[in-house]
Structure formats: C-alpha cells, structure tokens
Design a protein around this ligand. Structure first.
Ligand SMILES: [Zn+2]
Length: 490
C-alpha cells in the first residue's frame, strides 16, 4: 500500500435554504404531494421566463465567504443540455466558465484514523476550492411505492428548480478520511451560517468523489473514476476506501483501469460500473439567453461578510483558549451552533466552565438525543445547568445525586434547587453534625476501632458506610472521610 498515492477531488451539491425556488415563486417545501409545487417556469413550458430569486444570491454569498472563496462581481448563467425525464426543459440552468465564486483555500482539521475509525492525531490541511456556483436542481424519478412501478416510472417535479450551490475542489485529498473530514467541515459550516440544512440523509447535501491512484513519486495522475450514490459521509468514506483498494488491485495484477462512473452499493459494500467515458455527456454549455449576467456589487459582499457569525473553527480555538478545553471537547461543543451557544451561555454563568463542558458532553447530550431535541430546545436552560454545577461545587449535592437531579430537571423543567428541596437531597456538609454521627458510630463499634488502631486499615470503609447510613446517605462523603481519619488518629 505504501508505494501507492491516493488522489481524490470532491463535488458537493448543497441545497440552499430558500422558501421558494431559484427561478420561480414555487415552494421548496419537502414532502408535499408530488408535482404540487410547480408552475410554467419549473415545468419548462414554452414561453415561461426565469427570474432570479435574490435570496439565492445572498445565501450563495454567505456559503462562499464561509468557505473562504472569492465572490465574483460578475457571473453568467449557462444552459447545461442533457435529456433525462426529470429535466423538463431539456437543460439545467447552471454556471460554467464564469462562476459565482472561485479560488478558495480552506483550512480543515483532519486526522489519521485507526482501523475502527478512531482519530489518532489531528492536524490542519489546506484544501483548494476551485469554485462554488449556483444552479437549479432537477426533479425526481420515482420507482418505488406506486402502482405498476414494474411497468412505469413516475416523475415528481417538486424538486425541479430548487436552488443548489455546487462546490468543487481541486484533487487535494490523499485519503478517504481527509475527504470525510472536509465534507463534515463544509456541512457544519453551511448549517452554522444558515445557508443549507446540509442533511445527506434528506438529500439536501449530495456528494461525488473523483478517485484515482498513482505510484508514489509519479507526476501524472492515474485514470480517474467518478463515484456516485454516496448517501452519507461515512458511506462516502467507505466507498472511496473500497475504490482505492480496487484500483490498486487491478493495477498490481497487471490490469488497466477505465475512466468511468461507478456507484457505491452500501449493502454489498462495493462499487460497480454505472457508465463508461464513451457514454459521458457532452453538455454543450452556452450562456442562458433569458437571464442577464449576475452582478454582485462589493457593497453586498461586504454586507454579507459583516453579517456572518463567528465561524466554527474560530469559535473552537476561542473555547480552547478561554475555557481551557481540549481540542476534542471544544470540537464536540462546536459541532453545531446551538450547542456552542448553549455551552457559552452556561459557561459564562458558571465559575467552572470545564465542569459545565463535561456535564453537557456526558449527561445533557444524552438526554437531548433520547428526546430528539436541539440544545436550543432543551428543557434545562443553560443558566439552570450552570446552577446545578454550582450546587455540586459548593458541596450541596454529590456528582452522583446531580445526575439524578439533571434527569428530573429535564423531565419536569424544574430548577435543581427545587428538586433538591423536594426530595430532601441536600448533602450535610456541616462538620459539627457529621462529627456527632462519627462519634456515635465509633462509640457503637469498639471492636472495629480496636482492630483499626491495631493496623487493620480495611475497617475504615466499614466506618464510612456506617456514618453514611446514619445520615441516611446525605452526609458529604469527603467530609465524612476527613472527620473519621481525624477522630481515629486521636
Ligand atoms: Zn415553479
């Protein structure tokens, strides 16, 4: 394996989060009755004219700037011609030689993984992004769940004309995991700035990979294969991994690769041919005569740039500096914007941000996941979580009790203080009260005291247990330990 180098380039199609389509007023709502959201424009009826939805330009500019691309002042829409039943016009309005934005260089964090996919060490890597352009989506052919599907194909044009940003990289990835980390970076950035839901399972983020291998040290690229049907980031990583190994095997056994498109089949875990280069489309691009050049003024670019929030990587670095969090903790807390907001609010209300981070990562996220809620929808507010952490730090309750309290807070929306009061959970940390219990236990166990003083250390646990029992579990165990040691050494 070491004598081979892997070369990967990626294309991402992300649906921009507009309410209406790119060239008409039809809704982009997901899951409506088939063909309900259509009009003469997106049905491609003769004489219908496209009008650009300006929201697409704003979201496209947000996406381009968040990925460190340059937004061009002037770009051209072009017709990409091909025939397919879900494309009623016979062409897709896209962009070709003068795209919306280009020439980006994005720094991502990437890690080499062990065999089970666990990251070993994170390091930065720069990826060149060739372009981000705007285009319309096609409709959908439906082959399942309708009468007579063995004889008919059905067509749903609700998706036709939905706005997409196509993001294309240079062949800069050297492993499937680098591609994986990049797609996750882009996905998180697009969600973070509200440009796209970027959910691969829903199909509003789609990914294709160009994969080739070459002997280490070779200057020229090997024959490349285009991989499709990569329906999650993990599937993509596995698909690329399989394809790399397949190509190496073919070459090492003296075979030749053909330039082709292959699809990843997750069920059988292999790629198989879809179409060869001979069947590749000649799209015959030409400028769209029904749309003027798209002019984006510098003022707009500046306004969009100023409206962008602090981006995830900058926020992760700030969390590491301001709150002394590790890279992996800070990464997890910036995996999603509402989680980062939640943590930051809780940390600002607490004197113990690291404990807050731990409580969110271990306990709160589990509850949120089980209830299928976002951090912004948490029944336990950030302020209340900070209050809970304070009650642990000042010894009012133990960490174990706090776990139960948090579950109850989550269920009922009550504050930690109210639940502690109701359940009588408050720990006894008062030394005089604990001393009285310690004296009582020692007086009642003269034999054990004698054997402890004779050197039998193991009896100590017995005393702790007795004092805790006498306090009905409420004594602060740390103070019980301290007081017992003090009394027994007298
Ligand atoms: Zn329409």
């Amino acid at each position: 394996m070491n004598s081979w180098e892997t070369i990967i380039g990626l294309e991402i199609h992300a649906q921009l989060s507009t309410e209406s389509k790119i060239f008409c007023g039809c809704s982009t709502r997901f899951g409506d009755e088939p063909n309900q959201n259509t009009c003469p424009v997106c049905l491609g009826l003769p004489g219908a004219l496209p009008v650009l939805n300006w929201r697409v330009v704003e979201l496209g500019a947000r996406a381009a700037l968040a990925l460190n691309l340059k937004v061009n002042n002037r770009s051209i829409f072009a017709r990409k011609n091909y025939f397919y039943p879900d494309l009623p016009k016979g062409y897709q309005i896209s962009q070709y030689d003068q795209p919306f934005s280009a020439n980006g260089e994005l720094e991502i964090m990437t890690a080499v993984r062990d065999a089970s996919g666990h990251p070993l060490e994170w390091r930065p890597k720069k990826i060149r992004i060739t372009r981000l352009h705007l285009e319309e989506d096609a409709g959908k052919n439906v082959h399942e769940g309708l009468p007579g599907v063995d004889r008919f194909s059905y067509i749903d044009l609700n998706r036709a004309g939905t706005p997409l940003a196509e993001i294309v990289t240079e062949p800069d990835f050297r492993s499937s995991w680098e591609a994986y980390d990049y797609v996750n970076h882009v996905r998180r950035a697009l969600q973070w700035i509200g440009a796209s839901e970027a959910d691969m399972e829903k199909g509003n983020l789609r990914c294709e990979a160009n994969v080739s291998v070459r002997r280490a040290g070779d200057e020229t690229f090997g024959t490349k294969v285009e991989l499709k049907n990569l329906n999650s980031v993990r599937f993509m990583q596995r698909g690329i991994e399989f394809e790399v190994n397949r190509q190496i095997q073919v070459l090492e056994s003296g075979g030749r690769l053909v330039q082709e498109t292959r699809m990843w089949d997750e069920h059988v875990m292999e790629t198989r041919p879809m179409r060869s280069k001979e069947e590749a489309h000649d799209y015959r691009y030409f400028p769209e005569p029904d749309l003027p050049p798209l002019v984006v003024l510098d003022q707009l670019i500046q306004r969009v740039s100023a409206s962008l929030p602090e981006l995830p990587d900058a926020r992760r670095r700030r969390f590491m500096n301001d709150f002394s969090l590790s890279f992996s903790d800070a990464s997890q807390l910036t995996s999603e914007r509402s989680l980062a907001d939640y943590f930051e609010m809780a940390a600002s209300k607490s004197e113990n941000p690291r404990a807050v981070a731990n409580w969110i990562r271990s306990e709160l996220l589990r509850e949120l996941e089980a209830a299928n809620l976002l951090p912004s929808e948490s029944p336990v507010s950030a302020e209340q979580l900070a209050a809970l952490v304070r009650l642990i730090d000042d010894g009012t309750i133990s960490g174990t009790q706090a776990k139960e309290v948090l579950v109850e807070m989550f269920k009922t929306g009550k504050t930690a203080a109210a639940i502690i009061e109701e359940r009588g959970l408050a720990q006894v940390s008062d030394t005089a009260q604990i001393d009285a219990l310690v004296d009582q236990v020692l007086a009642a166990s003269p034999q054990q005291v004698a054997s402890y003083r004779a050197g039998k250390e193991s009896v100590f646990g017995f005393f702790v247990g007795q004092v805790m029992k006498a306090s009905q579990g409420k004594a602060n165990p740390k103070i019980v330990n301290e007081r017992l040691r003090a009394k027994l050494s007298q």
